[in-house]
Design a protein around this ligand. Structure first.
Ligand code: ACO
Length: 326
């Protein structure tokens, strides 16, 4: 048995923030940045931030993306057996985002849980859903990546606040005798923890303890991301007995265009096969891969039977790849 993607969807908040607007926000605090610096170092031109007053939350984005994916799959939500949401910014400690999505979809009774692997979250969630569908008895799963990273950005730290954005993406997976997800692998190395990339805050007895904003060693993240993504792509290609050069659609984690291009080059994948939504969305963490995939599918970048490579990497460090016969 395999699992196959039978529908994709995505959702974005209303508010668009360009690099020039960031330059103004930081400039008002006496901190220098520019569209030119952000674009040349990261490839990012704009990102979307949620407006809580409009009711935009991680859950609302997850629900919208999931409904969009269910609609494109053309299935009855009552036939969903499993909902997994990858998120590092849930709206509450509990219940999970997945349980809220379940109610909004009208899929009460099915299994529903969240996965926390930060920017690698969607690959982890997809891998888990694939394994559960292949093992049974689950037949249909909705796998979502949804984030409101704007909630954990220090708007006076120019080295991190310009990088991230909010959004959600989703896929509907169905078990099938035909491929499908050919191979998926996930990895982590917890030695590269708080010092490399973290938000250490937590709630303890009514108090917020730790740093509620992103701390990042950008250079170390860059190096580890390139290594992990290259290694995991080669691993899934070997497992599926294909060459990375034969990938028709490359959907890397949308963190930084320089990381994405470097990995594509190492894998022998040409730039025109790579989805680049980082320019419009910034780094949406667990949402980045399904959001980029939905864009690519809807714009006709992939045909049935072609090879699609998905990749995620982020804090933990955690990373992974999935190779799909579309
Ligand atoms: N505007 C202007 N200057 C800036 C900005 C900014 N927004 N941010 C940092 N700088 C400054 C720094 O302060 C530094 O100044 P200094 O030399 O006076 O100290 C200078 O620019 C150069 O900084 P570097 O860190 O050397 O710049 P670098 O070329 O490494 O780019 C960046 C920094 C973009 C963060 C890069 O390291 C990177 O992309 N790393 C990967 C990080 C990432 O992708 N994180 C996402 C989360 S994890 C994930 O999703 C994989």
């Amino acid at each position: 048995m395999y699992s196959r993607v039978i529908g994709t969807g995505s959702a974005l908040p209303e508010r668009l923030i360009t690099n020039d607007e960031f330059a103004r926000i930081l400039g008002e605090q006496g901190i220098e940045t520019s569209d030119e610096w952000i674009r040349t170092r990261t490839g990012i031109e704009a990102r979307r931030f949620c407006t809580p007053e409009l009711g935009e939350t991680t859950t609302s984005l997850a629900v919208a993306a999931a409904k969009n994916a269910v609609e494109s799959a053309g299935i009855d939500p009552k036939t969903i057996d499993l909902i997994i949401v990858a998120t590092t910014t849930p709206d509450m400690v509990f219940p999970s985002v997945a349980c809220h999505v379940q109610v909004a979809l009208g899929a009460q009774g099915c299994a529903a849980f969240d996965v926390q692997a930060v920017c690698a979250g969607f690959i982890y969630a997809l891998n888990a859903a694939d394994a559960m569908l292949r093992a049974g008895p689950y037949r249909r799963a909705v796998v979502i990546g949804a984030e409101t990273m704007s909630r954990v950005l220090d708007m006076s730290d120019r080295s991190t606040c310009v990088l991230f954005g909010d959004g959600a993406g989703a896929v509907v997976l169905e078990s099938s005798p035909n491929p499908g997800i050919l191979a998926a692998r996930m990895y982590a190395d917890g030695r590269y923890g708080e010092e490399v990339l973290s938000v250490t805050a937590h709630i303890n007895r009514g108090q917020l303890v730790g740093n509620p904003y992103i701390h990042m060693d950008g250079r170390q993240v860059f190096k580890l991301a390139v290594e992990g993504l290259t290694q995991s792509a080669r691993e899934v290609a070997d497992l599926a007995c294909v060459r990375t050069e034969d990938v028709a659609l490359f959907v890397p984690h949308q963190a930084n265009l320089r990381i994405m291009s470097m990995v594509a080059k190492k894998l022998g994948i040409s730039e025109e096969k790579m989805v680049k939504t980082v320019s419009e969305h910034g780094n949406t963490s667990a949402a980045s891969v399904p959001l980029a995939l939905d864009r690519a599918v809807r714009s006709g970048m992939v045909k049935e039977g072609e090879l699609v490579l998905l990749q995620g990497v982020g804090a933990g460090m955690a990373w992974g790849s999935a190779l799909i016969r579309w």
